[in-house]
Design a protein around this ligand. Structure first.
Ligand SMILES: O=P(O)(O)O[C@H]1O[C@H](CO)[C@@H](O)[C@H]1O
Ligand SMILES: O=c1cc[nH]c(=O)[nH]1
Length: 329
């Protein structure tokens, strides 16, 4: 197994961050610790006033017995497409010995996302980008709160553009970096920017990377830039609109690389920020579809990319299976 841990932010990047271990500068601990039994203590007193809470985008509400349906959930795995998350659910059926015929899209009536349950695992699609992902993430946090699920762990299983790593590599994110190069998710609340620190759980990150089999590819721990746009937001030259030069693009990508960024996608900051604020451990595990230092277009064949997309699925699946086995022992 080859696991490259990019722990150090380079000295040249010092005008953004000091040259220190990426995990040294984070605020330790969760702002909203769980209850003693591991269930989620959501910091919103208004929820208690609701007779019935409608989880609109999931097509579920609290008039249903959510505890009966979801109390045993231990792992929430999210990724952009419905197809990928069905593949992940099928993979987990095989890994955990659950009958595939029982797979149902539990959010079918909402016509928005797809959600499958395989034993203690929820597999959920989140669409493209932070707004789409954060809506379903927040409703799932409420769902697990109402269900009384204890110590759930969240994963994002994604795709990304790599930075200086071979296409097909897997990156486990240590932190998310915003489009303005800050390790935070900046969300406007009541007209003011709220900054949520975007660090992932260090132990989980290392445990997941250690579960990599490395069959012909490398697994990296590194920073992940979450852009709000696929084209100019990721310094591409091939969007419909572009007003910078190739030299400016390359200088920006090199700056990211020197900051410790190993891949670029569109959700990491908010995924880290919201899970951390809610007091749950999370990891973002993405395969890279290209090296952005070499180009902008995704040109690998469909079958190559489908094979690559199985890498985070198999890695997270292996981690979950090992956890389940250790609980039974
Ligand atoms: O692989 P998924 O989860 O779709 O995520 C990545 O792919 C999408 C862009 O193609 C963005 O959502 C980006 O984060
Ligand atoms: O370059 C890429 C590839 C996949 N997803 C992204 O957001 N960027």
């Amino acid at each position: 197994m080859q696991c490259n841990c990019d722990h150090l932010v380079s000295a040249r990047a010092g005008h953004y961050f000091n040259c220190i271990s990426v995990w040294d500068e984070k605020e330790m601990g969760f702002p909203c610790p769980k209850n003693a039994d591991g269930s989620l203590r959501l910091r919103n007193a208004h929820l208690k006033q609701l007779d019935c809470d409608v989880l609109y985008h999931l097509g579920l509400d609290t008039s249903t017995d959510l505890r009966a349906m979801f109390e045993d959930v231990k792992f929430v795995c999210m990724g952009g497409t419905k197809h990928r998350m069905r593949e992940f659910a099928i993979h987990m059926c095989r890994v955990l010995g659950v009958e595939e015929t029982k797979l149902l899209n539990l959010t079918k009536h909402a016509h928005r996302y797809a959600m499958y349950k395989v034993g203690p695992v929820l597999s959920i699609s989140h669409g493209i980008g932070i707004p789409s992902m954060s809506v379903v993430l927040q409703e799932v946090l409420k769902l697990l709160h109402y269900a009384g699920s204890r110590d759930p762990v969240f994963f994002r299983i994604g795709t990304s553009g790599g930075l200086g790593v071979p296409p097909g590599s897997v990156v486990v994110s240590a932190w998310g970096l915003s489009g303005t190069l800050e390790k935070s998710y900046d969300v406007p609340v009541l007209g003011k920017i709220r900054k949520l620190p975007s660090f992932f759980d260090e132990r989980l990150c290392q445990e997941v990377a250690a579960a990599a089999s490395g069959d012909g590819y490398s697994t990296y721990i590194g920073g992940t830039m979450a852009a709000d746009d696929y084209y100019r937001g990721q310094a591409r030259l091939d969007g419909p609109l572009c007003d910078y030069t190739e030299a400016e693009k390359m200088a920006f990508l090199r700056t990211l690389s020197e900051l410790g960024v190993r891949n670029i996608e569109m959700e990491a900051t908010a995924f880290a920020g919201y899970t951390r604020e809610a007091g749950v451990r999370a990891a973002d595990v993405c395969v890279t579809l290209l090296d952005r230092l070499q180009g902008d277009q995704v040109t690998s064949s469909k079958s190559t990319m489908m094979g690559w997309q199985m890498r985070p699925i198999e890695l997270v699946g292996r981690y979950i299976a090992e956890h389940c086995r250790s609980q039974q022992a």
